[in-house]
Design a protein around this ligand. Structure first.
Ligand code: C2E
Ligand code: CA
Ligand code: CA
Length: 461
């Protein structure tokens, strides 16, 4: 090759992305830094971060031909939707950058930004009816930051939020997004430390058969006592853990300790209840989930039939097929499966019919005040009738008052759980609860079944 041409090509590849002709990341950053310097002289910069969400799928379906066609279409649409003054860049295979300059990003200018994203929406995937899916975020300099690096970070944050929300618009960066990210990161770090240093523990809450008052199970609920922050509610840290591999550590902790505690209760001569463990979809969907559960079960003498996995109803909307497969795998091992928070997502009969579940936990919001509302009673009756047809055991969550319990008995609900029976308590207290329950349950109108009892005398009316 001619030396001059070789040098020219080298210089080109050092500055540009070969596929699109856009600036590569380093050159884009340099151009952006230059603009931000000028920003001090009164000009503002908008940085748009665009991610093609279905590029990987296109690659899987059609190979590099499909992916390349998509990238070229995106590049062309972007090029024709911006003025000459705009700077176009490529950060990674699926991420494009657009920088604009204006004296001020007022309403008209912001509409121009939206038009850039809109220009991408007619793009179709090669040989398919599917459309391009993008997530776009924008950050403004110097309004959001004077630093080019932070501007990139902020625009990417806004884009990842747009991807999460599946927002069809360009989302503008808000400082709360940065704060949320920092806070989530800190919680993650603290959770790792807490798991290493023993700041987590389990609490157990009984489930009680409504006909006999017998304790059937114990739901293991994680508790975090942070040395400085105090107790942190699971609702605050589980969703953060679910966004990273931390949730896997949570599952391992819960599963091991719950089965160990159950074994310990059995060793004390108590009847071992079925132990329910909450499993996030992020864990259940993993390829090695079944292997990991099997490994924990092999490590302890606790039989698989004493374990129940609770999975929230919303998973049925993520991947019904995969969920059904996991349920079948668990059932083949002897593990029970319950669908949690039922009623919050309106899963139909036909969907449930395809998944061989054992129990259905009716969400607390349908139970609270059920004795005072005919609408709620009739809704619950419908849920119970549906569960009966599917041969599922029904468990009412969050039962706090005896009137609620009596109503649930009349409706035909099988099992109840809630503060009325016991709050979630640490393992040693749960053992004490199991011991005292045969006597305590009489106060709730159940028959005493302790050894010294004369059965007839205590039969509830
Ligand atoms: P969930 O599985 O629906 O758990 C029941 C929640 O209701 C628990 O809240 C429990 O303390 C609360 N509860 C029980 N009885 C009553 C009652 O009578 N009245 C009221 N108002 N509340 C009652 P908690 O422990 O704060 O847990 C919240 C959620 O966090 C759980 O909801 C579950 O989705 C999740 N979670 C808890 N532990 C774990 C865990 O180990 N792993 C995973 N992945 N998620 C967990
Ligand atoms: Ca649960
Ligand atoms: Ca629940």
């Amino acid at each position: 090759m001619d030396e001059k041409l070789r040098r020219q090509m080298l210089a080109y590849t050092q500055r540009y992305d070969f596929q699109t002709g856009f600036l590569n990341y380093q050159s884009f950053q340099k151009a952006l830094s230059g603009w931000m310097q000028e920003g001090r002289a009164g000009r503002q910069v908008a940085l748009i971060w665009i991610e093609v969400l279905n590029l990987r799928r296109e690659f899987a379906l059609l190979g590099s031909k499909g992916a390349e066609s998509l990238v070229i279409q995106v590049a062309e649409a972007l090029r024709s939707s911006v003025d000459d003054g705009a700077v176009l860049g490529r950060f990674s295979a699926r991420c494009f950058l657009v920088a604009l300059q204006a004296p001020q990003f007022d309403k008209t200018e912001r509409r121009r930004i939206q038009a850039i994203a809109d220009a991408l929406s007619p793009i179709r995937l090669l040989g398919s009816r599917s459309m391009l899916e993008v997530a776009a975020g924008v950050a403004f300099g110097p309004a959001d930051t004077k630093s080019p690096e932070d501007l990139m970070r902020f625009a990417s944050l806004a884009a990842s939020r747009a991807g999460y929300l599946r927002s069809p618009s360009v989302l503008a960066f808000r400082s709360a997004m940065d704060k949320d990210l920092m806070r989530d990161h800190q919680v993650e770090m603290e959770m790792h430390r807490g798991l290493d240093q023993g700041h987590f523990r389990l609490a157990y809450q009984p489930t009680v058969a409504l006909t006999t008052g017998q304790v059937l199970g114990a739901e293991a609920l994680i508790r975090w006592d942070h040395p400085e922050w105090g107790p942190v509610a699971p609702g605050k840290f589980i969703p953060i853990a679910e966004r990273s591999s931390l949730i896997w550590r949570v599952l391992d902790f819960t599963l091991r300790n719950a089965l160990k505690d159950a074994q310990h209760w059995a060793g004390l001569g108590l009847e071992m209840p079925v132990i329910s463990v909450n499993v996030s979809w992020a864990c259940l969907r993993r390829d090695d989930f079944i292997r990991s559960v099997r490994a924990v079960l092999a490590w302890l003498p606790t039989p698989a039939t004493k374990l129940e996995v609770e999975v929230t109803e919303s998973v049925l909307f993520d991947d019904e097929e995969l969920f059904a497969r996991r349920v079948r795998q668990l059932k083949a091992m002897g593990v029970r499966v319950a669908i949690d928070d039922f009623g919050t997502r309106y899963t139909g009969f036909n969907v449930l019919k395809r998944v061989p579940l054992d129990s259905m936990k009716i969400d607390r919001c349908f139970i609270h005040g059920i004795d005072r509302s005919e609408d709620m009673r009739s809704l619950c009756r419908t849920i119970v009738a549906m569960a009966q047809q599917l041969k599922l055991r029904t468990v009412a969550e969050g039962v706090e008052r005896s009137e609620e319990m009596e109503t649930l008995k009349r409706i035909g609900c099988d099992v109840a759980q809630g503060y009325l029976f016991e709050r979630p308590v640490p393992a040693p207290e749960f053992a004490a609860f199991l011991r005292s329950w045969p006597e305590r349950k009489q106060r709730l109108g159940f028959a005493y079944d302790g050894e010294a009892a004369e059965p007839e005398r205590f039969i509830a009316c």
